[in-house]
Design a protein around this ligand. Structure first.
Ligand code: KG4
Ligand code: ZN
Length: 334
């Protein structure tokens, strides 16, 4: 069998990324130009700024990925690009770069769902065993997906309001921590001596959906009340209480879904799966059930293009192709 080499491109949010992956498993290059430094001063991602920075970076990032892989365009089998969901202006930069590259070099084009990318990051490290449940938890997503086999996705739960990472970032901002706030809250939670008690949003009996806006408001109210009394906010114990509430609910729902579906493996993906507390709690709960738990290394948890190339390879093998009418789809469904 011939090797399959796929160029992946990702620009859905604030990372401009390109990567070449061999056979859906082996990373030959993985270039990520992060906009975090530029977006920091705004305390979040500003869509206009994101698009402009993608335009500046995209060609360089693709060239760098090809050079590091030591390949010429004719060595490639296809170009895979994030089609959605994401910021429309940001997606369009990647999609148009991918179309131009594919057209100029006579290569097939494959539009990839960003979340499928996060899930297939696990192929690049450790592997995927079906059936599985994937927890996708990031700044834009909090979803539970059941995969009976390769390429089949069933959305079994999602957030009804904020994504978990969004709640992390907003709580961090109220606590005066830098953007993105997730890693800072994670660190403070570990340093805390005690935790402020915040509510858990479990929703209706049996539901796999999530809700984090109530928790976020509870934290904001707590902080305002303490400050109004002229007292100092104990940042670490607020961080610890917030994180405990998130982890409790996420672990409970994920483990319940895994048991109900009788899966062999649970995969975590997305920026928040870098959270140390979450990894430990989920790992422990799944170990008790005898279910394998996998979470890719940090650089593959956060947005990158290797994961898009990995998911694109699975689609390539299933003969799925896009055409030159491919467009960015901000609200794309899995
Ligand atoms: O997957 P990602 O890079 O981008 C998308 O949102 O698609 O995720 C970024 C999110 C941010 O909200 C960031 O605060 C959060 O992941 N994050 C964390 C941690 N590291 C990153 N949240 C909690 N704990 C962490 N250690
Ligand atoms: Zn992402």
């Amino acid at each position: 069998m011939n090797d399959i080499h796929i160029l992946g491109i990702e620009t859905s949010c604030d990372e401009t990324a390109a990567s070449v992956v061999k056979n859906g498993r082996e990373i030959l290059s993985n270039v990520v130009a992060s906009q975090i430094e530029s977006q920091k001063k705004f305390g979040g991602v500003v869509p206009e700024v994101a698009s402009r920075l993608h335009v500046e970076q995209i060609t360089l990032v693709i060239e760098e990925a090809m050079e590091q892989a030591g390949l010429q365009p004719e060595d490639l089998d296809a170009v895979a690009v994030t089609e959605g969901p994401g910021l429309v202006g940001a997606l369009l930069i990647g999609v148009n770069a991918a179309k131009a590259f594919a057209f100029a070099n006579g290569l097939p084009l494959i539009g990839v769902h960003h979340i499928a990318g996060h899930v297939y990051a696990n192929r690049l490290d450790g592997g995927m065993e079906f059936p599985l449940v994937a927890l996708i938890i990031s700044g834009g997503h909090t979803e539970l997906v059941y995969m009976e086999r390769d390429g089949s996705f069933e959305l079994i739960g999602e957030t009804r309001d904020d994504a978990a990472g969004e709640a992390y970032d907003k709580v961090a901002r109220v606590l005066g921590l830098p953007y993105p706030g997730g890693p800072h809250i994670d660190r403070l939670a570990h340093e805390a001596d005690d935790a402020v008690e915040f509510p858990r949003a479990r929703l209706e009996e049996g539901s796999y959906d999530f809700s984090f806006s109530g928790l976020k408001s509870a934290v904001i109210n707590h902080v305002h009340n303490v400050r109004q009394k002229g007292q100092e906010v104990d940042t670490a114990s607020v961080a610890a209480g917030f994180q405990e509430s998130v982890i409790d609910v996420v672990v409970e729902k994920t483990v319940r879904a895994a048991k109900e579906k009788g899966v062999r493996q649970v995969i975590a993906a997305g920026g928040v799966s870098a959270n140390k507390g979450l990894r430990a709690a989920l790992g422990k709960a799944l170990e008790k059930e005898g279910i394998r738990f996998s979470v890719p290394p940090l650089n593959l948890c956060t947005d990158n293009a290797a994961m898009i190339a990995a998911a694109g390879t699975s689609m390539y093998e299933a003969d799925i192709r896009s055409d030159m009418a491919l467009n960015g789809r901000p609200g794309m469904e899995l």
